[in-house]
Write a protein of this length. Structure first.
Length: 962
C-alpha cells in the first residue's frame, strides 16, 4: 500500500481526532447545558435533559426480597428478564436468574401495544419456567429511554432513541402501558412498582461499601449517565434539602449544533440516514449502535478514494447497518483483530488485503477512540457537578460503569479513564463495573419503591375515612335537618335550636353609642361602637383586645367576670368613657338558653373554657354581679348575643339578604332566621326569630356522625377538656309543649311539668339535673360537641397530630422516628394547617415542621401536607353540609323553588385557611342547588353585630341610645 494511500487514510482518520482543547470545550458545553437544564431557565434550550429519577439515595444494602426486573432497550433490540433476590447487609449474595429475548424489528418499529405485549409475553414465559406460583410479584422496569418521571412509578416517554420507534408511546406513561399489557396476559399477579433508567440501575447495583457509587455510566448501543445532584439545584422539584439522582440524557448533547466543530461528514451522513435524524448527535458519535455504521461509511469513503479494497465496494458493504459494533470490538482485539477484520470484510463480500485489514483496524480504532474520548469529556462534566457540591465528602467519586461497549471493547474503558485523568487530573475517580447489567440496581430501586408504595397505601388507608363522598354529606345534611326540626319542636335532639329573641335585622335607622364585649373566640375584646347614619358616618368602632389567661378561663366564674369588668373599666378609662353608662351588648359565644334578650343561662362551656359556677347560671346576672362588686362602675347590660347572631347582624347591616350567621373559628356554630311558628319554645307564629343552633353538639346523641368518627377523633375527644361523658336524657315532646302554654317569657322556666329552674349556686349534679329540668332537650354540662370536634380550629391541629403520630408508628413518616414534640398536646395549632396548606414549596413546609422540632425530609413534608388537607377538607365539607341544611330549611320554610340568601361568616379558620372557605362553598353548591348562597365575611367581628342587636332592640322598643 503506497504512501498516498496511507496519507489519504490518515487524512480521513485525522477528522476523528478530537484535540484536548476541543474535549475541554465539549466538557464545558455539557456542563453549561447541565446547569441550564437543572435551572429550567426560561428561554434557554439546553440539549441535555437532566431528568429527576426520584431515586433519593444511593443503595444502603439493606434492601431485601425477591424482585422481577424487566430490561428494555439497554442493549439494542433485546429484552432481558431477571429474577433478583436481595438479601440485605448480612444475607449471602444470590446470583440473579435471567433470560434474554431478541425483539423482532417489526416490533421495535411497530405499535406500542405490540412492544408491550411482547414484553409481557416474555415475562410470562420467564415466570412459567421459574414456577413462582401465584404470589404477588413486584417488578422493576429498566426502561432505557428519555423519560419525564413524576415519581418512582410514573414515567412518560419523551422520545424514542436508538433503534426503537414504536407508535403510540411517546408522551405516554410507560408504566401504565406495561401494566395494561401484563393485565392482557392475565397470567401472573405482577405489580409494576418502579421504572428506572439503565444508568440508574448501574449506579444502584454497586456495593455501598467501601463507597457508594454516585454516578452511573452506560455505553452500550446508546450512551448516557446519571448522578446524585443536590435537590435544591433541580428547579422543577422546588425542594431545599437532600439529593436526587438525575438522568443526564447526554445523548442529545449537540442537537443544538455544539458538536459541529468535531463532526465529520460521516457523522452527518449517519445522522441523515438514521431513524431519528437531527437528534442524539452525541450518542451517534459514541453509542455502539452507531460505531459500526460510522466505520462502514468511512470504509465506503476510503474504498471510493481507492485507498481500500482496491477501490472496490460490495452490496453488503453498501448496506446500512451491515457493520456492527461487535465487528468493531473484535477487529480492535490486539491479538485476533486483524483476522477478525478479514473475516468480516469477506463476509461483506470483499477481498481484503492484509493492509486493508490493518487500515480497517485503524479506522475502527479512530472511531472508537473518538467515542471513548468524547464520552470521557462528558463524564468529566458530570464529575465536576458532583464535586461542586460543598456538602459532599471530600472523598473521591465512584462511577458505576455498564454497557457492552464499555465492558467488552478492548480499549474503550481504558482510553476513557485515561482521558478522564487528562481532563480532570484532580478528580479521584474509581470506576466500578456494575453487577448484572444493573439488574440488581433496578431491584434495589424496586425495593425502595415498594417500601414507598406500601407507605403510600398505609397513608391512603389512614386518610380514607377523611375522604367523604357526596352520599355521606347528603346523609349529614338530612340528619342535621331532622335534628333541627326536633330541636325546634323541643324534642330530644343534639342540636338545641335556642331562641335568641332577635326578631329583626338592622334597617339602617339605628343610632347611638354602645359598648360591646366579645368573649368566646380567639380574642376577648371590648368595643365602643358608634352607630351613625348608614349614608354618612356609618358605624365607627374602637376596640381593644384583652388577653384571657387560662387561669381565668378555667378558674372560677367570679374570677372570669371580675376580669371582664376590669377590662371594661380599663377600656373606658383609655377612651374617656368612665362614668358614662352606655348600653352594653355581650357577645357570649357559648350555648345559652336565652329567656330574653338580656337573660341567658349558660348550658355548658365549650372551647376550652371551664370556669366554675357558671353553667346553669344566667350569664348576664353573673356580669351584673361582677359590676356590682366593682364599686363605682355603672354599666347597662341590655343584650346577650351569641357570636353567630352578632355576625349575622353585623353582615345584615351591609346586606339585607343576610339571614344566616356562621362561625368557623375556635368553635363552630350557626344561627338563622326561623319562622316563629316553628319555634315551639316561643309563643307566637307571626314573624321570624333568630335561632342559635348550637350545632357544635350535633351528633352528641349518637344518632349522627358515628361513621365519621375515626380513632383519631376519639383520641382528640377523650383528651379534650369536655370528653363525651353522657347522652341526652330526652323527655317526650308532649311534656315540653305543656310547659310552654302557661309560661311567660320568664315563666318558661317555671313550667309545671318539671320545668323548674334551679336557683343559682346549685352544685354540679344538681346543676345537671337543673339543666335537664330546664326543659331543653340538651345535655348535661359536658356535652361532647362531636360536630365541632370534627370541624373547628380548636381541634383540627390535634386531629392532625394524632394522624401524624399514627403514621410515625407505621414508619410512613419521619422514618418512624418518634419526636418528643409530636407527643405534645396542642403543639400543632390550626394556623399550622393554614400555613402548610398554602402554596408553599416543599422546603418551606419542611421549615415549618422544623420549627416544631420535627426533622423531616421533603417527602415527609408532602405527606404532612396531605394529612392536613384531608383533615381540613373533611371539616369544610361537614360544615358545608350543615350550611346546606340551614339554607334548605329557610327555602322550604318559605315554599320557594329558589332562595337567594347571604350567610355572614366569621372565625379564623374560615377567614385564614387557604382553601376552607372555597371547600365549604363547593359543598353548599352541591348539596343545596336550589339556593344561591353568598358568603359575606364579617368585618369588625360580632361585637358590631351585638351593638346592632341592642340598637335594633332600642329602635323596636322606641328608645333611642343614650
Ligand atoms: C370573631 C368574632 C367573635 C367570634 C370569633 C370566632 O368577633 O365573636 O367568636 O370571630 O372566631 P375565632 O376567633 O374563634 O377564630
Ligand atoms: C437513552 C438513555 C439510555 C442510554 C443508554 C439512550 O439512548 O436515551 O435513556 O440511558 O441510551 O442505554
Ligand atoms: C359555642 C357556640 C359558638 C361557637 C363559635 C361553640 O363552641 O358553643 O356558642 O357560637 O363555638 O364560637
Amino acid at each position: 500500500m503506497n504512501e498516498n494511500t496511507l496519507e489519504s487514510v490518515q487524512q480521513c482518520l485525522n477528522q476523528f481526532d478530537v484535540t484536548e482543547e476541543q474535549l475541554q470545550q465539549i466538557q464545558a458545553g455539557i456542563l453549561g447545558d447541565m446547569e441550564r437544564a437543572l435551572g429550567r431557565q426560561a428561554g434557554s434550550s439546553p440539549s441535555v435533559q437532566m431528568l429527576p429519577t426520584y431515586v433519593r439515595s444511593t443503595p444502603r444494602g439493606t434492601e431485601q426480597g425477591d424482585f422481577l426486573v424487566l430490561e428494555l432497550g439497554a442493549s439494542g433490540a433485546t429484552l432481558r428478564v431477571l429474577w433478583v433476590t436481595l438479601t440485605g447487609i448480612s444475607g449471602p449474595r444470590k446470583e440473579p436468574v435471567s433470560q434474554e429475548f431478541t425483539i423482532p424489528t417489526e416490533i421495535t418499529l411497530g405499535t406500542g401495544q405490540q412492544l408491550f405485549d411482547f414484553a409481557a409475553g416474555c415475562l410470562v414465559q420467564f415466570l412459567d419456567q421459574l414456577q413462582v406460583g401465584s404470589q404477588p410479584i413486584q417488578l422493576g422496569f429498566n426502561f432505557s429511554f428519555p423519560c419525564h418521571q413524576t415519581g418512582l412509578n410514573q414515567s412518560t416517554l419523551i422520545s424514542w432513541t436508538k433503534g426503537f420507534r414504536c407508535s403510540g408511546v411517546e408522551g405516554q406513561d410507560v408504566v401504565q402501558l406495561l401494566r395494561e399489557a401484563i393485565q392482557r396476559q392475565g397470567a401472573y399477579n405482577i405489580e409494576v412498582v418502579a421504572v428506572v433508567n439503565d444508568t440508574v440501575g448501574a449506579m444502584m447495583s454497586c456495593d455501598p461499601s467501601p463507597q457508594a457509587c454516585e454516578v452511573g455510566l452506560v455505553v452500550d448501543t446508546g450512551t448516557n449517565a446519571c448522578y446524585m445532584e443536590e435537590v435544591r439545584h433541580v428547579a422543577e422539584l422546588k425542594e431545599d434539602r437532600g439529593r436526587i439522582c438525575v438522568n443526564v440524557q447526554w445523548g442529545s448533547f449537540g442537537d443544538g449544533g455544539a458538536l459541529e466543530p468535531v463532526q465529520t461528514p460521516f457523522d452527518l451522513q449517519l445522522d441523515q440516514e438514521s431513524l431519528h435524524p437531527g437528534t442524539q448527535r452525541f450518542e451517534k458519535m459514541v453509542g455502539g449502535l452507531y460505531l459500526g455504521e460510522l466505520v462502514r461509511l468511512v470504509l465506503i469513503h476510503l474504498a471510493g478514494q481507492g485507498a481500500l479494497f482496491g477501490g472496490v465496494t460490495s452490496p453488503a458493504l453498501l448496506t446500512h447497518g451491515s457493520v456492527h459494533v461487535q465487528h468493531v470490538m473484535e477487529i480492535e482485539d490486539p491479538s485476533h483483530g486483524r483476522a477478525r477484520a478479514q473475516a468480516m470484510l469477506q463476509e461483506l463480500g470483499l477481498t481484503p488485503s492484509a493492509q486493508d485489514c490493518a487500515q480497517v483496524q485503524r479506522v475502527c480504532g479512530a472511531v472508537s477512540s473518538r467515542a471513548a474520548r468524547l464520552c470521557a469529556a462528558a463524564l468529566t462534566a458530570v464529575l465536576a457537578r458532583v464535586r461542586s457540591n460543598p456538602e459532599r465528602s471530600p472523598l473521591g467519586v465512584s462511577v458505576a460503569t455498564g454497557g457492552r461497549l464499555y465492558k467488552q471493547h478492548p480499549r474503550f474503558s481504558a482510553l476513557l479513564q485515561q482521558t478522564v485523568r487528562l481532563l480532570a487530573p484532580d478528580a479521584d475517580v474509581t470506576f466500578v463495573p456494575s453487577e448484572d447489567g444493573g439488574g440488581r440496581g433496578v431491584a434495589v430501586v424496586t425495593a425502595v419503591a415498594s417500601r414507598l408504595a406500601l407507605q403510600r397505601r398505609q397513608l391512603e388507608e389512614t386518610l380514607a375515612p377523611f375522604r367523604l363522598h357526596s352520599q355521606q354529606l347528603k346523609a349529614v345534611q338530612a340528619q342535621m335537618r331532622e335534628s333541627m326540626v326536633r330541636g325546634l319542636r323541643g324534642e330530644s335532639s343534639s342540636i338545641r335550636m335556642l331562641p335568641t329573641y332577635v326578631c329583626a335585622m338592622p334597617d339602617g335607622t339605628e343610632r347611638g353609642d354602645f359598648l360591646a364585649l366579645d368573649l368566646g373566640g380567639t380574642n376577648f375584646r371590648v368595643l365602643w361602637v358608634k352607630v351613625g347614619s348608614r349614608s354618612e358616618e356609618g358605624i365607627k368602632i374602637i376596640n381593644r383586645v384583652f388577653s384571657l389567661p387560662e387561669s381565668v378561663t378555667q378558674g372560677t366564674g367570679q374570677q372570669l367576670f371580675d376580669h371582664i369588668v376590669d377590662c371594661i373599666v380599663d377600656f373606658q378609662k383609655e377612651n374617656n368613657l368612665s362614668g358614662q353608662t352606655l348600653p352594653l351588648s355581650f357577645t357570649f359565644s357559648f350555648p345559652c338558653k336565652q329567656l330574653g334578650l338580656d337573660q341567658g343561662i349558660l348550658l355548658n362551656w365549650t372551647k376550652g373554657f371551664k370556669a366554675s359556677d357558671c353553667e346553669g347560671q344566667d350569664v348576664v346576672s353573673l356580669l351584673r354581679a361582677a359590676i356590682r362588686r366593682r364599686q363605682g362602675v355603672e354599666l347597662n347590660v341590655v343584650a346577650i348575643v351569641n357570636d353567630t347572631v352578632g355576625t349575622m347582624m353585623s353582615c345584615g347591616y351591609e346586606d339585607p339578604h343576610c339571614e344566616v350567621g356562621l362561625i368557623v373559628g375556635t368553635g363552630t356554630n350557626a344561627c338563622y332566621m326561623e319562622e316563629l311558628g316553628n319555634v315551639c319554645a316561643v309563643p307566637g307564629d307571626r314573624g321570624r326569630m333568630c335561632i342559635n343552633m348550637e350545632w357544635g353538639a350535633f351528633g352528641d346523641d349518637g344518632l349522627a356522625l358515628q361513621e365519621f368518627y375515626t380513632p383519631f377523633d376519639l383520641s382528640v375527644d377523650q383528651a379534650s377538656i369536655n370528653p363525651g361523658k353522657q347522652r341526652c336524657r330526652a323527655r317526650e315532646g308532649g311534656a315540653r309543649r305543656a310547659g310552654r302554654e302557661d309560661s311567660d317569657r320568664r315563666g318558661w322556666a317555671r313550667g309545671t311539668s318539671g320545668c323548674g329552674w334551679v336557683g343559682r349556686g346549685a352544685d354540679g349534679e344538681g346543676r345537671a339535673e337543673a339543666v335537664a329540668n330546664l326543659g331543653c332537650p340538651s345535655y348535661s354540662l359536658s356535652a361532647r360537641a362531636r360536630y365541632e370536634k370534627l370541624i373547628s380550629g380548636m381541634y383540627l391541629g390535634e386531629i392532625v397530630r394524632q394522624v401524624l403520630l399514627h403514621l410515625t408508628h407505621l414508619r410512613v413518616l419521619f422514618g418512624g422516628q418518634e419526636f418528643p414534640s409530636l407527643q405534645t398536646k396542642d403543639i400543632i395549632k390550626t394556623k399550622f394547617l393554614s400555613e402548610i396548606e398554602s402554596d408553599l414549596e416543599r422546603w418551606q413546609v419542611r421549615a415549618i415542621l422544623e420549627k416544631l422540632d420535627l426533622q423531616a425530609d421533603c417527602e415527609d413534608a408532602l405527606l404532612v401536607r396531605e394529612v392536613c388537607q384531608a383533615v381540613s377538607r373533611r371539616a369544610a365539607q361537614l360544615c358545608g353540609a350543615g350550611v346546606a341544611a340551614v339554607v334548605e330549611k329557610i327555602r322550604e320554610n318559605r315554599g320557594l323553588d329558589r332562595l337567594s340568601v347571604t350567610v355572614g361568616v366569621d372565625g379564623t379558620l374560615y377567614k385564614l385557611h387557604p382553601h376552607f372557605s372555597e371547600q365549604v362553598k363547593d359543598a353548599v353548591r352541591e348539596l343545596a342547588p336550589q339556593c344561591c348562597v353568598r358568603f359575606l365575611l364579617s368585618e369588625d367581628g360580632s361585637g358590631k353585630g351585638a351593638a346592632l342587636v341592642s340598637a335594633v332592640a332600642c329602635r323596636l322598643a322606641g328608645a333611642a341610645g343614650p
